[in-house]
Design a protein. Structure first.
Length: 201
């Protein structure tokens, strides 16, 4: 660009944007290279879909509002995994003039939104339906269906939890620290969120 044009551009307040060198964290680089986050999210999402489908079938068979509440809870968990999956898109883009520190913070934002969705949909709505069931009353029956749903949920959550542990073990080995320490100190929100969710389940 000629000197006169560059001076006119600067005086007009339209500075050309410069590309900033890409500097993601070491944890993000290793997770992106190994594909651990994506694999963990896919396994967790698949498990929650299976659990939600099993609970929905049980709710339709038994007509139980409690099982319907659990269906909504598992559906909220599916939405959580979708949010965590969305956080993987674009978070490794290089920094630019508008985002000089990169896009890594998007992962924490989506993890926070996933937590809110789990609390509001899975928690509050379940409490409301439980109170309604207690007030309306009713007999407990069809234990076989309930135990079948519990079995399906236990297997699905165990598989998802195992994948989270597998990723944590792999990442911890690369850093040379114990797995528990890596989970507590990692800057990656996705494996920690999934491990806490599936561990609580």
């Amino acid at each position: 660009m000629p000197a006169g044009s560059r001076a006119a551009s600067v005086s007009a307040g339209t500075r050309p944007r410069r590309s900033i060198a890409r500097r993601p964290s070491a944890a993000a680089l290793r997770a992106a290279h190994g594909g651990g986050n994506r694999r963990t999210v896919i396994v967790a999402f698949s498990g929650n879909v299976v659990i939600a489908a099993a609970k929905l079938v049980a709710a339709l068979i038994t007509g139980s509002s409690a099982m319907f509440a659990e269906t909504l809870h598992s559906t909220a968990d599916c939405v959580n995994q979708l949010m965590l999956g969305l956080s993987l898109r674009g978070r490794h883009r290089p920094p630019d003039a508008d985002h000089p520190f990169g896009y890594q913070a998007a992962g924490f934002l989506w993890a926070f939104l996933a937590t809110l969705a789990s609390f509001l949909v899975g928690g509050c709505l379940s409490i409301v339906l439980a109170i309604h069931q207690l007030v309306a009353g009713g007999e407990v029956e069809m234990f076989v269906v309930a135990w079948a749903v519990l079995g399906v949920a236990a297997v699905a959550d165990a598989l998802s939890f195992a994948q989270g542990l597998r990723q944590a073990k792999s990442e911890a080995a690369q850093w040379g620290v114990p797995r528990g320490q890596w989970v507590r100190q990692t800057s990656e929100p996705i494996p920690r969120a999934i491990l806490v969710e599936d561990g609580a389940a």
